[in-house]
Design a protein around this ligand. Structure first.
Ligand code: SF4
Ligand code: SF4
Length: 431
């Protein structure tokens, strides 16, 4: 396996980021960390992959280590998954060890994971390679091991569905078709969060296609407070935040990046709501918010939204050049960091998700979609450019789009056999 081959297969970060894996592999580091933390409540497809597809996963991990020249590998797994830990310790070669992760949120954040595994802190705005590591998601490594074009996606369907389940689905199928295989929603009026509940993206509808980065589909009653929070509009967020924030600092004291020693203090971003125009120094540090949502959905006793205030502040921080200028050595974790981790059980209770069970084993289902819609942008970087024409017949695995010359992007392949129709942003294939 070569880096060029990884690019040919269209492999991207399957954990949600969608960064082209071939680009990530073009670095030299002594350590590869497999991220199996999967800390979004109710999601667990990576654990299922380690259980059922350990062969391709380990092949991919070994190949990735060879490509970056890493003599050592670490698989970061939650300590509660005893059977998977035992299986990995038995199957992995001696130079790949297992690191136990707390069942806490956000253990899967790259910065937190690297700190737990290596004891080193990636500097604000930095990358794992700054501390001699590369991090890749379990499914990404498995896709390397499978050595075939990426046409399928593994995901968990959870929440208010009759049969929570983990599935392999053709990329481009609608989320409505996937929810139907999970037995359908248990409530008439439901909404869907894509990718989890903390860093979720509300789906525009059930006709939205599954992409290379769709790791989970969470169905919730439309009246659920998480749906309300994720769909709140900025004017309302700002108005309530301006009048109700009492500067208690809970948001900052629980912020995982603040606890890591990064210069982010969401309560100071909240202060900026009360000043017009926002003094530049008030929004300093918001660039280093990872948007984990812990401050908004867990820490704030007033149910305010410091995460969105940080997000809104980022352009001002960037425009004012408020980048971190300290040395990496000056970044030291908070002495209470280890004791402020938020246990998953407490988070699930706080989010009002206790009635939904964290089950959903990997189950084989044979999908025969009549149509798939493959967005030209389902990765970090620029949209891919179609290399097929309307009316052309393609087979599963055929190349249908590739990155524009000189731009960051990834190849896209047909996930079913059928006839192509081009739209402004997608390749549609009718079976
Ligand atoms: S936790 Fe809530 S009330 Fe307290 S400072 Fe942060 S935003 Fe304000
Ligand atoms: S979303 Fe909130 S808790 Fe998470 S990194 Fe940003 S400021 Fe910190």
């Amino acid at each position: 396996m070569s880096i060029d081959r990884v690019g040919e297969l269209g492999i991207v970060g399957a954990g949600g980021g969608g960064f082209p894996t071939a680009v990530k592999l073009g670095t030299r580091v002594p350590l590869v960390i497999a991220n199996a933390a999967e800390c979004e409540p109710l999601l667990h497809k990576d654990k299922e992959l380690l259980h059922h597809l350990s062969g391709p996963f380990l092949r991919g991990m070994i190949a990735a280590m060879e490509m970056v020249g890493a003599p050592q590998g670490v698989i970061g797994i939650k300590e509660k998954y005893h059977d998977i830990i035992v299986a990995m310790e038995q199957q992995a070669p001696k130079n790949i060890r297992v690191a136990l992760l707390p069942d806490a949120y956000p253990a899967g954040d790259e910065f937190i994971l690297v700190h737990i595994v290596t004891g080193r802190v990636i500097p604000p705005g930095g990358l794992p390679k700054d501390v001699d590591a590369m991090v890749a998601n379990v499914e990404t490594l498995m896709n390397i091991g499978l050595d075939q074009p990426v046409t399928q996606k593994y995901l968990t369907v959870a929440g208010a569905v009759r049969n929570p389940i983990t599935l392999r689905v053709p990329i481009g199928i609608t989320i409505g078709e996937v929810i139907a295989v999970a037995g359908g929603a248990t409530v008439d009026d439901f909404s869907v969060l894509l990718g989890g509940v903390m860093m979720a993206r509300p789906a525009a509808g059930i006709d939205v296609p599954v992409t290379k980065t769709t790791g989970g589909i969470v169905v919730l009653p439309s009246s659920h407070k998480l749906i309300q929070r994720h769909t709140a509009k900025w004017p309302q967020i700002a108005r309530v935040g301006r009048s109700a924030c009492d500067q208690c600092r809970f948001c900052t004291e629980f912020c995982p990046r603040y606890l890591l020693g990064h210069p982010i203090q969401p309560h100071r971003a909240m202060q900026s709501l009360g000043f017009s125009p926002s003094p530049a120094e008030i929004v300093a540090g918001t660039l280093y918010c990872c948007e984990c949502n812990l401050c908004s959905l867990y820490a704030c006793p007033e149910d305010l939204d410091p995460k969105n205030v940080c997000v809104q502040s980022k352009p001002a921080a960037r425009a004012n050049g408020l980048f971190f200028t300290g040395t990496p050595e000056s970044v030291t974790p908070h002495p209470m960091a280890e004791f402020r981790r938020v246990p998953m059980s407490r988070l699930i209770s706080r989010l009002g998700l206790s009635e939904f069970h964290n089950v959903g084993p990997l189950t084989e289902h044979r999908f025969s979609p009549s149509r798939v819609t493959l967005p030209l942008k389902q990765h970090a970087g620029a949209p891919a450019v179609a290399v097929v024409k309307t009316g052309q017949t393609v087979n599963m695995g055929d190349l249908i789009a590739e990155p524009e010359a000189g731009k960051l992007g990834a190849r896209i392949h047909a996930s079913i056999r059928g006839v192509v129709r081009l739209t402004h942003d997608s390749v549609v294939i009718d079976a």
